[in-house]
Design a protein around this ligand. Structure first.
Ligand code: 5GP
Length: 202
């Protein structure tokens, strides 16, 4: 029998390096990042079914009525949601499923799935966050200001997560993530089965 995979909530304000961290983590094929549904327009280079399932507002609402979402939230005038079909079969197959979602959706998953592991990625400082957003060079100053304000709104939610990883240096942050996963695997409720087996086979 395969062990079930772990549901992992992974949240970070914009500019925290979540994308680069995930790209590293997903090199390990024990991890899968759930493809969310959204009503926002695809950005250049984004592919339907790979980056997101791009839906019309009408079909998104239809999926809400069909109870197809584990969670959904409205963020910056668009809907975003995690399809249960992205998650449950993979968990059963032993794959760890990462939900890259914002804080409101994360709170909903924490309420519904008590066994979910939650990780919040924080910037080392607001100055550094601003510097990274500026460096991207893709956004206007107004958008950057808006994202910095949004990050400040999101930071207090970090206290609701199981772990907080500060992404100062990418490699260290990725190491910290795998350290969290390892620590979780060594928790007594997971290891107890092993101890029981040792006693049974004595
Ligand atoms: P973006 O439009 O930049 O791709 O994503 C905007 C925000 O939506 C990000 O903070 C991202 O984590 C969040 N997001 C993406 N997918 C989901 C989802 O399925 N549910 C929720 N609640 N948030 C999501």
């Amino acid at each position: 029998m395969t062990n079930e995979g772990r549901l992992i909530i992974f949240s970070a304000p914009s500019g925290c390096g979540k994308g680069t961290m995930l790209a590293e983590i997903l090199k390990d094929d024990h991890f899968y990042c759930s493809v969310s549904a959204t009503t926002r327009q695809p950005r250049e280079g984004e592919v339907d079914g790979v980056n997101y399932h791009f839906l019309t507002t009408e079909s998104f609402k239809q999926k809400i009525d069909e109870d197809a979402f584990l969670e959904y939230a409205r963020y910056c005038d668009n809907y975003y949601g995690t399809l249960t079909s992205e998650v449950d079969n993979r968990l059963k197959a032993g794959i760890n499923v990462i939900l890259e979602i914002e804080v409101q959706g994360a709170m909903k998953v924490m309420e519904k799935r008590h066994d979910a592991l939650s990780v919040f990625i924080a910037p080392p400082s607001v100055g550094e966050l601003r510097r990274r957003l500026n460096k991207r060079g893709t956004e206007t100053q107004e958008v950057i200001d808006k994202r910095v304000r949004a990050a400040l709104d999101e930071l207090p939610y970090a206290a609701n997560y199981d772990y907080i990883i500060v992404n100062d240096a990418l490699e260290d942050a990725v190491d910290d993530f795998f350290a969290v996963i390892r620590a979780e695997q060594l928790k007594k409720n997971v290891q107890r089965k092993f101890i029981d087996e040792v006693i049974e086979n004595a």
